[in-house]
Design a protein around this ligand. Sequence first.
Ligand code: SF4
Length: 154
Amino acid sequence: MLRLASYDIVFQEVPGEVTLALNISGCPNRCEGCHSPHLRDDIGEFLDDRLMDGLLATYGTSVTCICFMGGDADPCEVERLALGVREKSNGRLKTGWYSGKPNFPAGCSIQSFDYVKLGPYISACGGLRSPGTNQRMYRIVGEDKVDITAYFQK
Ligand code: SF4
């Protein structure tokens, strides 16, 4: 099960959206120069349906998107929670996932999300706002994934 280390309402992580960002701990990746090493530890409350329902009840009407920041240790659970967000908001809330993996995981459907960020953090390349970044942000439109990384570099 995933754990929630912290959360925040953010404005720049997902273009055009007011986003409740859920920072998930237990990251299995070992990016050199990791910007959030505390997220590699198993810290925080279990991110179960009860906690998700509480977050949606408190913040669901104040945001337009719920974004899972991490969760690579259990991709199927990230997908399940994302689908739950859509269902419980009757499709009003969009869903995003910031994964540190280079590729979308086999066994999950990218259509379960409206936005997906892929790619490990490489300090020499920088994050999404760096012109030399290796990371990619996609907007999922039907069967297509549209690369919107350039939006972060304007
Ligand atoms: S994906 Fe990489 S940068 Fe992000 S928390 Fe995990 S190890 Fe650190």
